[in-house]
Design a protein around this ligand. Sequence first.
Ligand SMILES: C[C@](O)(CO)[C@H](O)COP(=O)(O)OP(=O)(O)OC[C@H]1O[C@@H](n2ccc(N)nc2=O)[C@H](O)[C@@H]1O
Ligand SMILES: Nc1ncnc2c1ncn2[C@@H]1O[C@H](COP(=O)(O)OP(=O)(O)OP(=O)(O)O)[C@@H](O)[C@H]1O
Length: 283
Amino acid sequence: MATDDGVPKGRHEELAPAKINLTLHVTGQRADGYHLLDSLVVFADLGDRLTLTPADAPALHVAGPMAQAVPTGPENLVLRAAASMGVALDIRLDKHLPAAAGIGGGSADAAAVLRGIVALRPDMGLPTDQGLSLGADVPVCLRARAARMRGIGEQVDPVEDLPPLHAVLVNPGVAVSTATIFRSLARKDNPPMPAVLPVWGDAATLAGWLAGQRNDMQAAAIAAAPVVGQVIAAIAATDGCLLARMSGSGATCFGLYADAQAAGLAATSLARPGWWVRAVRLR
Ligand SMILES: C[C@](O)(CO)[C@H](O)COP(=O)(O)OP(=O)(O)OC[C@H]1O[C@@H](n2ccc(N)nc2=O)[C@H](O)[C@@H]1O
Ligand SMILES: Nc1ncnc2c1ncn2[C@@H]1O[C@H](COP(=O)(O)OP(=O)(O)OP(=O)(O)O)[C@@H](O)[C@H]1O
């Protein structure tokens, strides 16, 4: 959407899909306090929607069902992402993902802005740190497809050939602070995933393998927000659930299912006042 000489024109739309940590192993801690991770990350076919228009001065308009949960000033990660590239954009953010929810909302939005700027301005490249300074989840969210994430989030290796994967996402409406859950971890030196990940033929095989892996932040999140334990139990009790686990630092949890019909029926049965429940496809 730019002219041949790189001058921006028009506007650009991006989806900022929800990030799901199928595993989240906390394997160490750096001297600066950041934690070393080993995580199998996938993305939903559901997310925030951004419309980016080149402008003389930065502007942000937030709308959508989850708009109230996010700041509208310069601290919003979409404005910080554009500022980090030195680009003035008029940004419309249609917020559909709950914030502070373990599904990367802010990081996904920031990554979508970085992708969008490169689409609008082919003369510009992505930042050398892949957006890590905006948030540890931004590099993996830039790819927005299945990946193994290591380091503090800067090492992203594509995972190909993920089997078709259907899921339900459930957020009970409590915000969970990522920094607080990291600080409260009992152990920070847990084992990583195997050096070489298997190839999984179908969702049941993947779920069986995942059952032997972990989210090392789950117990601390349940201690901070006991409703997370109730969400996991409710998901695990649905027909056809192959695995129930928390994503990121919570409070959103996911259930895996073999097909879209099972995920859809589970989503219907999980409806509770105040719970955000969505059936999604993961990739
Ligand atoms: C828990 C995950 O969601 C897993 O994907 C991410 O590691 C968190 O990514 P994020 O929300 O983009 O994280 P940031 O906004 O960079 O950091 C929030 C806070 O979490 C802590 N943090 C984050 C990432 C990391 N590898 N180690 C940490 O200790 C830091 O205290 C930081 O102040
Ligand atoms: N565009 C944005 N969307 C959501 N939150 C934002 C945004 N910009 C800034 N924030 C702030 O970032 C905080 C964390 O929100 P975010 O949705 O990124 O957390 P999260 O889903 O727990 O992230 P992660 O899964 O990476 O740990 C919010 O409390 C909010 O104040």
